[in-house]
Design a protein around this ligand. Structure first.
Ligand SMILES: [Zn+2]
Length: 109
């Protein structure tokens, strides 16, 4: 992955910040397993707050959208599996991550 973009303007909130991260325009988890390895995945420089906030929204939207795809279609290969993993508390790397996954897997989450 390219090194961090450094100080500048966040593409989302347009604020000048000292530290920015790369945010994937199309979330990495949304690419099917059939995506060519050499496909360029567009990234934009964002502040951490926007990257985190958009990441949460993309995670939630990804779960909803993945329920409407055919998991057997090559065009969506692996996407449903990633969604199930995102909802599985045992796949969490930290306690906080495990709790967040458990919460997402409930109707009230
Ligand atoms: Zn921002």
């Amino acid at each position: 992955m390219a090194r961090k973009p450094g100080p500048g303007i966040c593409v989302h909130c347009l604020k000048e910040v000292q530290k920015r991260n790369w945010d994937h325009v199309f979330p990495r988890g949304w690419y099917p397993d059939t995506t060519p390895q050499n496909l360029e995945k567009w990234k934009i420089p964002t502040c951490k707050n926007c990257n985190d906030e958009y990441g949460r929204m993309e995670d939630d939207l990804g779960i909803i959208l993945s329920t409407s795809i055919d998991p057997k279609s090559a065009k969506a290969a692996g996407v449903w599996k990633k969604t199930l993993r995102a909802l599985d508390p045992s796949q969490g790397k930290t306690n906080k991550d495990r709790k967040a996954r458990a919460k997402k897997g409930t109707a009230s989450g």
